[in-house]
Design a protein around this ligand. Structure first.
Ligand SMILES: Cc1cc2nc3c(=O)[nH]c(=O)nc-3n(C[C@H](O)[C@H](O)[C@H](O)COP(=O)(O)OP(=O)(O)OC[C@H]3O[C@@H](n4cnc5c(N)ncnc54)[C@H](O)[C@@H]3O)c2cc1C
Length: 420
């Protein structure tokens, strides 16, 4: 049995950032992650300017820059009628006028390595949480399985950071409101050549909506399909899908042949939902566990990280002295509610306007796409591209590292954590 102040379930962006911040406050923090490593493909690759600023504040900016990530300042989409710039980050305030593209496991390793240097921190891998421990109506810990053995962690507070299929959320009986989503995503890799476009490449046509994330020597590609249409695609066979790719992105050439079957392609089930209440006595949910995000806009990681920073700042003073008052848990939800609702509203709107009109049910629609009015406006007045740039790069209500979590000259500032 382990006794800790805060048990964080899930070592994704939300869980690892929260763990680091609490540990920097000197609070006994145990993070449980069910996988043996962070090497998973189905996660956001984008680290936004506000998260880059946070990494600087935490003293991790240099380690992150040394990975090295790919820096992206402008985002464009390719239509049949040409390439259109949609977002310009060069006018962002602060040190970072870009977003970084990096496989998420590299980002998580930077945060995990820094956390492991904190004496009050413990990260347990291959630890799958299966149940909550109850003390009357209060949640007082979790049980997890590791190598076939059951373990108990008692905690003053459990924080569910276990993503959109959260076990913690479900076991706590917290209810989600789920919004209809018209799409799923097919996710696969193809080699990238030096002559290919760099950064993030969006492709929109009447029958296709796809995104290509430049990961150096390969593209991570996401093709949006109508929800539930995978069976039809499989029935038609891989060659039909390859033809669709050739039609949309002729410059990929023979590379599409590398997709030998649908076994080379993963289906990602897109979900958009949020809890109306993120907490109950002894428990809080943040990140995708509280609000599952659509990949639209690529903002889920940033939002999860911002939740974690707010939670760390609000909860640190209340932790370490016994059960955390529910007022503190509520304060986290109140702080993060507005950005969550606004971003999800934007995603729902985007599903309706862009996604629904550009994903084909069946054969490719040969009519060329023309740029919609907002896109034409952005080309006519490029200065307006700074608005989507700000939305993507900084987001709504960015959070900053609390004083107790900041590092100066690589050294952790621990003193005064409780009063910060
Ligand atoms: C196809 C797709 C593409 C996306 N692309 C982007 C993008 O480009 N940019 C972006 O910002 N966002 C993107 N998102 C959204 C983004 O991935 C999420 O919003 C973000 O990862 C949420 O972070 P999190 O820490 O809350 O949860 P997660 O990243 O889901 O992390 C949860 C962690 O908990 C662990 N876990 C789960 N259950 C248990 C358990 N029972 N016990 C212990 N551990 C457990 C998991 O292994 C995982 O490590 C995308 C989403 C999808 C579906």
């Amino acid at each position: 049995m382990t006794r800790t102040s805060c048990c964080v379930v899930g070592g994704g962006p939300a869980g690892l950032v929260l763990g680091l911040i609490l540990a920097r406050a000197g609070i006994r923090t145990t993070v449980l992650e069910k996988h043996a490593d962070f090497l998973r493909d189905f996660r956001g690759d984008t680290v936004h300017a506000s998260t880059l600023t946070l990494l600087d504040e935490l003293g991790l900016g240099e380690q992150f820059a040394a990975l090295p990530p790919r820096w992206v300042q402008k985002l464009a989409v390719q239509l049949d009628s040409g390439t259109f710039e949609v977002a310009d980050l060069s006018r962002l305030p602060g040190r970072h006028q870009h977003i970084a593209l990096v496989p998420q496991w590299d980002f998580l390793n930077v945060v995990a390595d820094a956390s492991r240097r904190e004496p009050s921190y413990e990260l347990i891998m291959k630890a799958e949480v299966t149940d909550l421990v109850w003390d009357g109506k209060r949640i007082a810990g979790v049980t997890y399985f590791q190598d076939g053995q059951s373990h108990l962690v008692e905690a003053d507070l459990v924080v569910g950071c276990d993503g959109r299929s959260s076990v913690v959320r479900q076991q706590a009986g917290l209810r989600s409101r789920t919004f209809g989503v018209p799409m799923d995503v097919l996710w696969f890799r193809l080699p990238r050549l030096a002559t290919d476009p760099e950064g993030v490449v969006g492709r929109i046509s009447r029958s296709n909506l796809m995104i290509m994330i430049d990961r150096g020597d390969y593209f991570q590609i996401g093709v949006v399909i109508r929800k539930g249409s995978i069976a039809t695609l499989r029935d038609r066979g891989i060659e039909m899908f390859r033809q669709r790719l050739r039609g949309a992105l002729p410059w990929l050439g023979d590379r599409v042949e590398l997709l030998e079957s649908f076994d080379d392609i993963r289906l990602l089930n897109v979900v958009l939902s949020r809890l109306s209440r993120w907490y109950r006595d002894g428990l809080l949910c943040i990140g995708d566990a509280a609000h599952a995000m659509s990949p639209v806009g690529g903002v889920g990681v940033n939002l999860a990280v911002q939740d974690a920073v707010a939670a760390g700042r609000i909860l640190a003073p209340a932790l370490g002295t016994g059960p955390v008052p529910t007022a503190s848990l509520r304060a986290v939800q109140v702080r993060r509610w507005l950005p969550t609702v606004l971003i999800q509203t934007f995603q729902r709107l985007a599903h309706r306007v862009v996604v629904e009109t550009s994903i084909a049910d069946d054969e490719a629609d040969p009519r060329p796409t023309t740029a919609p009015a907002p896109l034409r406006l952005l080309q006519r007045f490029p200065v307006l591209q700074a608005i989507p740039g700000y939305f993507l790069g900084i987001g709504l209500l960015p959070e900053h590292a609390p004083d107790f979590a900041r590092a100066s000259d690589g050294a952790t500032v621990r003193a005064g954590a409780r009063s910060a």
